[in-house]
Design a protein around this ligand. Sequence first.
Ligand code: FPP
Length: 249
Amino acid sequence: MLFKKKDKQQNISQQKLPNHIAFIMDGNGRWAKKRGLPRSAGHSEGGKALLKVLNKCNELHIKAVTVYAFSTENWKRPKDEVEFLMSLPSKYINTYLPKIKESNIIMKFIGNLDELSDILKADINKSIEETKNNTGLIFTVAINYGSQDEMLYAIKKVSKDVLEKKVLIDDINKEYFESKLMTHGMPNIDLLIRTSGEIRISNFLLWQIAYSELYFTDQYWPDFDEVELYKALSEYQRRNRRFGGVEEV
Ligand code: FPP
């Protein structure tokens, strides 16, 4: 894929694009409130925004996109909102799976999926199965996901390997630990974008963002479009990533 004329006008260099972008899609509720709509309308609109952003990322040949759809802490919300949020992934899959398939996107999920409803689990498996032979962007949805939970889960897996003598304590290194995380095999996250003006990480991919560039925008997620994506990419390309080293001359 080559850049379209419009992309060039946005001053984005094809060479310096992030491989993997993570999104904290925040502000759906406030977007709806501002319009006198129920919060659920904000989440539905957020779903539409996500599809557009996903397609743009795929078009730009970004390798992976990971989104935070439901955190381990979101269970604290009112029951009807939890139910609505939990119904969204199935609606999303049933509405957009044909388009996602056609766009060569691979779907994956992270989080404690065992606790989800049987219907949702079946839809998740369907979307994984139907897109597994695709070769384009890897789209990962975090549902019932919390980074601290993920790390505890990984530590338990490592401990089990130690007890079963599959690994020596001295041989446990970064790569070994990462192989136990839910994101194993995915490219490093280069850029984390959070919308809605909140400047925090909220228990999302804490290990994986060690050297990611962080980008915060005041836009509410349903308003995050192609133009906003370009702003973030252009800012990313201006950053000087040193990974703890010094700038190359
Ligand atoms: C945060 O906004 C958003 C969420 C908790 C849900 C995000 C879900 C989507 C965008 C739907 C589509 C995603 C998939 C893949 C099913 P908020 O409710 O915290 O907003 P607020 O801070 O303004 O209240």
